[in-house]
Write a protein that binds this ligand. Structure first.
Ligand code: HEM
Length: 306
């Protein structure tokens, strides 16, 4: 048997329109009904001809029910609130199903998001929705390029997916967090100070050699005991209107605890002496962990993506 195939939408690049939906499954709904509703949603989502990619993830409690005897991925747990230094916190809002639709046109993406939501309405309620987009040349709304240090396409699957042979192989641990920016405060900083917040230059996204230890890239980079970097694969996008704007953070990892460690460094928990300066300019308002099973595991539990 070959290695399991990850959901291809995780790695599909060049799509500017994104739509994230998070659902809570209603109490007392049979597992078979959830599978049937999701299948109906995927069947009715217009994805042919590349109109949209649909990626599906499940929270721990639901995957535990759906997995049909498969071993759970190691370390897969609900997102737990991070209570950090100076009153900064990352709230936990764990939900059961996460659907990520993305494509080249807002029309096809919206059609697919509506179709999946309509089908899931029979078994679940919509807990969070975020329509998002690629801002200019993949910039966050602060104006800084987001994704520079992401693994190259050829390396991304090994970073994002559980290794062959391990429970959940070919699937990914996912972190989703909606962040709300305080852009007025950030934009009030001179550009040189903004660059010290992230640790990269604004125009070209070059790493600043003498960046502060509190810069975002210093806090987000983690290493194992041998000094090897423990990377993640990020696919975050900007969202907002004239009132509220921010980042819908999405990242994939072979191990869930890479996220825990990055957040611990960012928030300065566990006795760490300092936190990420970025927290002065953005706050997380949601946080969930999901498992995006391989195509093989999805099909094995009765869900056949289009
Ligand atoms: C408001 C929320 C956030 C914003 C605006 C943001 C933005 C950025 C920017 C502009 C960069 C530098 C360019 C790049 O390499 O992509 C970066 C790097 C990075 N971010 Fe974030 N980020 C946010 C939250 C997070 C969170 C919650 C995590 C992890 C749980 C994270 C993990 C990383 C990693 C791993 C890097 C690369 C670090 C390296 O250079 O090795 N970020 N982020």
């Amino acid at each position: 048997m070959g290695n399991p195939t990850p959901q291809p939408g995780i790695f599909a690049l060049g799509t500017r329109y994104h739509h994230h939906l998070e659902f809570d499954v209603d109490d007392d709904v049979a597992t078979a009904a959830v599978v049937a509703a999701l299948q109906h949603g995927l069947d009715s989502a217009p994805v042919s001809g590349g109109a949209a990619n649909v990626v599906v993830g499940f929270g721990p409690a639901l995957w535990q029910r759906l997995r049909d005897g498969r071993e759970l991925p190691g370390g897969f747990e609900d997102f737990a609130e991070v209570s950090g230094r100076d009153g900064h916190r990352a709230p936990a809002t764990q939900h059961d199903i996460w659907i990520w639709v993305h494509g080249g046109g807002v029309d096809g993406v919206l059609d697919a998001a509506v179709a999946v939501s309509a089908a899931l309405d029979a078994v679940a309620s919509l807990a969070q929705e975020c329509a998002s987009f690629v801002y200019h040349d993949s910039r966050d709304l602060t104006g800084f390029v987001d994704g520079t240090a992401n693994p190259a396409p050829v390396e991304a699957p090994a970073v994002a997916c559980i290794a062959p042979g391990a429970p959940g192989a070919g699937g990914s641990h996912v972190l989703t967090q909606r962040w709300v920016h305080d852009l007025a405060s950030f934009e009030a900083l001179p550009v040189a100070d903004q660059e010290r917040v992230f640790g990269r230059t604004k125009a070209a996204s070059d790493a600043i050699p003498d960046r502060p230890t509190t810069s975002h890239i210093s806090k987000a980079e983690i290493h194992d005991a041998d000094g090897e970097e423990r990377p993640i694969y990020r696919r975050s996008t900007a969202y907002g209107d004239v009132g509220e704007r921010g980042l819908y953070f999405v990242a994939f990892s072979a191990e869930q605890d890479r996220f825990d460690e990055m957040l611990a460094q960012m928030y300065g928990t566990g006795g760490r002496p300092e936190r990420d300066r970025l927290l002065d300019f953005s706050r997380a308002v949601s946080g969930s962990y999901y498992f995006a099973p391989s195509l093989d595991d999805l099909i094995a539990v009765g869900i056949v993506p289009a």
